[in-house]
Design a protein around this ligand. Structure first.
Ligand code: ZN
Length: 383
């Protein structure tokens, strides 16, 4: 008898929770990871099924079948989302999304393992012939290229009141990085790429300024250029190092990444996992590839001038500029300013041009390979 009552109570309880017609949408955010990719993240109390209906190329809605969604969070449009509307139709709540016009949208939908998160990844594609590339991309009077080239941000380290490392022959890091950065920009522009330098003279943008500039420019790639220095083993240490961001399990790094993506800390704590998988895992993955491409080409071109130029490897470190940016980002330590052999060549314009060419080739190689198809979203969520 007790058993029967217990099972009845249990049955009522399950009926009550599963039979409830209200689903709570606790949080909603849009992460725009590039001008062409938006991730819409819905955080429900629990959701097992959803309905996704595409009404037209730029109009669609999402609903939980036969349920009312109680919305406890602001629904603010962002990125390629123009408007968000909520309507109750046929006993269910439908959340309508109107997208930017004149594009084609590809949708990919993922329900998280624990059934709290629903992520819709939307990728924008130009309708054929709709969007013409700006005329500044015309190369040598050629016809306009249809595809708009990505923006590459080159960041010559230090500058102004911050000289960076000071080495042999009175060399200052800030001057070497600016010189190399300008050459990289020159080679990339010559090949038709859009390049933004974080500084083009002896000025002092803060690290935050550099990150902000990269994100505002919707950078597809961020490359920071530096020169190494070591107080120890002065003569021994020499050669190239290329860094990409390491893990962001570190709270400070995560907070910074959140701020740069316009999210609050409370959203961060709740969406912690998703954000890591969406932004950082993908970014780290691509940054690592970018780092090895640049590393390889820098050695090839560098050795043409400086035969004994050596590589110390592709490494990981939580540099500030690598955390805040939203695109694959690397930091290059071109050589050691206090090593006699490295310093002689860093002072040499031909060598600086050679490694700049290597950096440009590495970037181009990476872009060709990745075709900017960042964000293998469902893969990163499953792992
Ligand atoms: Zn530096």
């Amino acid at each position: 008898m007790v058993k029967a009552i217990l099972s009845l109570v249990f049955l009522l309880f399950t009926l009550n929770s599963y039979g409830s017609k209200v689903v709570h949408l606790k949080e909603f955010s849009i992460l725009s990871l590039s001008p062409d990719v938006d991730n819409l993240i819905f955080t429900f109390d629990r959701v097992d099924r959803y309905r996704f209906i595409k009404l037209s190329e730029n109009y669609w809605y999402i609903a939980i079948p036969k349920k009312i969604i109680s919305i406890n969070t602001p629904l603010t449009p962002k990125g390629n989302v123009r408007r968000i509307l909520v309507r109750i139709i046929k006993g269910e709540t439908r959340i309508f999304f109107r997208m930017e016009k004149g594009f084609k949208y590809h949708f990919r939908i993922v329900l998280s393992k624990n059934h709290h998160f629903l992520v819709i990844r939307i990728k924008r594609e130009s309708l054929k012939g709709y969007k013409k590339a700006p005329s500044r991309l015309a190369v040598g009077g050629e016809r306009l290229k249809r595809k708009v080239k990505p923006v590459i941000v080159i960041d010559p380290g230090h500058g102004g009141k911050d000289p960076g490392a000071i080495g042999l022959f009175g060399l200052k890091e800030k001057n070497i990085t600016l010189s190399i950065g300008r050459y990289v920009a020159y080679y990339l522009k010559r090949d038709g790429y859009r390049v933004v330098l974080t500084r083009n003279s002896d000025t002092y943008p803060t690290l935050a300024d550099r990150v902000r500039l990269a994100n505002r420019a919707n950078a597809a790639i961020f490359v920071s250029i530096h020169v190494n220095y070591t107080p120890k083993e002065k003569r021994k240490a020499r050669g190239l190092e290329v860094y990409f961001l390491n893990t962001t399990s570190d709270k400070r790094a995560l907070r910074l990444a959140a701020r740069e993506n316009g999210m609050s800390l409370s959203q961060i704590s709740d969406l912690n996992k998703i954000i890591i998988s969406l932004i950082q895992t993908t970014k780290i993955h691509y940054s690592k590839i970018l780092a090895s491409d640049i590393y390889r080409y820098m050695l090839v071109y560098g050795k043409e001038v400086y035969r004994a130029y050596t590589g110390r490897g592709v490494k990981q470190a939580p540099f500030y500029v690598l955390v805040g940016t939203r695109c694959p980002s690397v930091l290059i330590e071109t050589g050691f300013i206090n090593n006699p052999s490295d310093a002689i060549f860093l002072r040499n314009k031909r060598f600086r041009m050679a490694i700049a060419k290597g950096i440009a080739r590495g970037i181009e190689q990476f872009l060709k390979k990745s075709e900017l198809s960042y964000l293998p979203l469902d893969r990163s969520l499953k792992s």
